[in-house]
Design a protein around this ligand. Structure first.
Ligand code: FAD
Length: 545
């Protein structure tokens, strides 16, 4: 969308009917010139409509105060964080004697559900505002840390996966960094640090502390849920959208951040409805917002460790707490296999990566890099990386790329000048001191080896199901994939007086969808389809239980 059009979508003026509809939910508030409605960092701040006077939106992420927008009569304030429940990124200040009416975030979500046309206007404006803010010189959180630090990578990766606007300042290379650190009363030894505006917030924070800061780990409010979804990949997110839109009290619990494997893809080109492709992070972000709009709750990073079955409920345990639910969906997908090469562990986050996104690219732009694997995820990574690195070596243990990769990718790989496919090849050594500097590659047919100077190895060599936390009552095959439907009708754990539903596991009321399920097709669309279908079975189970 052209900037001008985006601006119109972002800052519409409400008509009298829309104002009257919103006013029913609002509380009037009079403000003096310079008084704040809310400040950046405030949680649970309120939506507002200006009745008289004006409200200026300002941001100070770089330390300087900058004007973002001015809302006058019948304009409204708010952005996507009203829906996601995250803290405000900007501040709102009255200009002149001003009167507004304010609406609590829960009521805004309710209005979005009950008044679709008005809801769409608001949500489109919120999304467009965020896009404009991110495209401006807004710095968001600033991460001051070294490219050679694993903790810096962890922090950047977590913020990026959770779609938090941030700027990374590389203490190894940025000439201004010394003065900047000094202005916060810090030295390089304190890095990585996370700052906002002129305030240092966290020093080398744990992932959990970061999650609290950005507002993704919040207390769950319901005593008993209709549906707890373990895993927020495409299957879990689809289930969350359908379940919450159909009135089920729903929560998604994810061990890292919602998005799953798909969230690590730089570009998904074969998902229906996106002819020019969509990044996994974007797809996940839209789905999360959609589910939250309908009232689904999220908790991450929260690793589910244990289930406890009661007569007609399941207790789901994570990080020492638990929630209770009538139905459970296991959507924990799969996690990548790791290379069996000495020193691999030492270089994780310091040259060994399992995703190819901007976060990793920033660390190897212009260099030679290695991608290992023969499937579509490896192919996508090769295409993405080849645009901004000098050369990509694609390593296959076998001899034929076309056997395992879609032709839309193999055609492009074969046509590219800076991609070299090495068949019958594997990495036998990783070399480097603080971080990965080079790898030794062995030809499995001839035994010859060669060394490539490469600061990054990207591995896409298949995945194993995340099911080691499941109790015996949930039957799996010998490889750990969850059995469902006809496969569990004779299970000793199957106690119901009926046949299991198609996606039901050996425990009545517990379902499985997506990559974790035995026999599923390992694709985004299939996972989404199964997640949606599972909700239908949840309704049927709740009817017959
Ligand atoms: C790099 C890459 C590119 C891909 N590209 C494509 C593509 O272009 N097209 C396509 O169709 N498919 C693609 N795929 C495959 C596709 O992403 C998967 O099929 C899909 O993501 C499976 O979705 P899922 O929801 O079943 O599981 P996942 O995406 O694996 O999500 C599972 C989620 O569960 C969470 N989890 C795991 N254990 C626990 C626990 N104990 N407690 C709480 N949470 C837990 C994880 O953190 C994760 O977020 C790609 C995969 C990768 C890795």
């Amino acid at each position: 969308m052209a900037d001008q059009d985006l601006h119109k979508v972002a800052f519409p003026t409400l008509d009298d009917v829309q104002v009257a509809t919103l006013a029913k939910f609002g509380t009037r508030r009079a403000l003096r010139d310079g008084e704040h409605l809310f400040k950046a960092g405030d949680r649970e701040y309120k939506f507002f409509v200006v009745e008289r006077g004006a409200v200026e939106i300002v941001e100070h992420s770089s330390g300087e105060t900058k004007k973002v927008a001015l809302h006058e009569r019948h304009a409204f304030g708010g952005d996507v964080s009203l829906v996601t429940g995250r803290p405000a990124l900007i501040s709102a200040v009255a200009r002149g004697d001003t009167e507004v009416f304010e609406i609590a975030p829960n009521d805004i979500r309710r209005i979005m559900g009950e008044r679709p046309a008005l809801g769409e206007l608001l949500l489109r404006a919120f999304i467009a505002r965020r896009e404009l803010l991110v495209a401006s010189d807004f710095q968001g959180l600033r991460v001051l840390g070294a490219g050679s630090s694993r903790d810096t990578f962890r922090i950047r990766d977590f913020l990026a996966r959770n779609q938090v606007p941030f700027t990374w300042i590389d203490v190894d290379h940025d000439p201004q960094v010394g003065a900047l650190l000094q202005s916060f009363g810090l030295t390089e030894a304190d890095t990585p640090v996370v700052v906002f505006g002129s305030e240092p917030l966290l020093r080398n924070p744990s992932t959990r502390a970061l999650a609290d800061l950005i507002g993704v780990r919040r207390p769950l409010t319901q005593r008993v849920y209709d549906l707890v979804i373990v895993g927020g990949g495409p299957a879990g997110l689809a289930a969350a959208v359908y379940a919450s839109s159909e009135g089920l009290a729903t929560v998604v619990i994810d061990a890292t951040s919602p998005g799953g494997q798909a969230g690590t893809s730089s570009k998904i080109e074969n998902y229906l409805g996106f002819p020019t492709g969509i990044s996994g992070a974007d797809l996940a972000n839209r789905a999360i917002l959609q589910a939250q709009k309908f009232g689904a709750q999220f908790s991450s990073p929260s690793q589910v460790a244990r289930l406890e079955f009661e007569k007609d409920k399941t207790l789901v345990w994570f990080d020492g707490e638990h929630v209770s639910t009538r139905c459970l969906l296991i959507a924990t997908g799969a996690e990548y296999r790791k290379l069996d090469v000495p020193k691999r562990e030492q270089f994780e986050g310091l040259g060994v990566y399992y995703a190819a996104t901007q976060t990793e690219l920033q660390l190897c732009r212009g260099s030679e890099v290695i991608v290992v694997g023969g499937g579509n995820s490896a192919g996508q990574a090769v295409m993405f990386l080849s645009e901004e690195t000098r050369r990509v070596f694609l390593l296959l243990r076998g001899g034929d790329l076309r056997k395992s990769m879609s032709s839309y990718l193999t055609d492009r790989i074969e046509g590219a000048d800076n991609i070299e496919v090495l068949v019958d090849a594997e990495i036998c050594r990783m070399l480097g001191d603080q971080r990965l500097e080079a790898v030794e590659i062995k030809n499995l047919r001839t035994g010859e080896t060669r060394t490539v100077q490469a600061p990054a190895v990207f591995t896409f060599i298949g995945a194993i199901p995340c099911t080691n936390w499941l109790p015996a009552e949930i039957e799996t095959d010998p490889n750990g994939f969850v059995k469902t439907g006809r496969l569990v009708s004779a299970s000793p754990y199957w106690t119901a007086d009926r046949e299991p539903f198609f996606l039901e596991t050996s425990r009545p009321g517990v379902f499985a969808a997506g990559d974790v399920r035995l026999g599923s097709t390992k694709r985004v669309a299939s996972a989404v389809g199964e997640g949606a279908m599972a909700v239908q079975f949840v309704h049927e189970y709740l009817r017959v239980m």
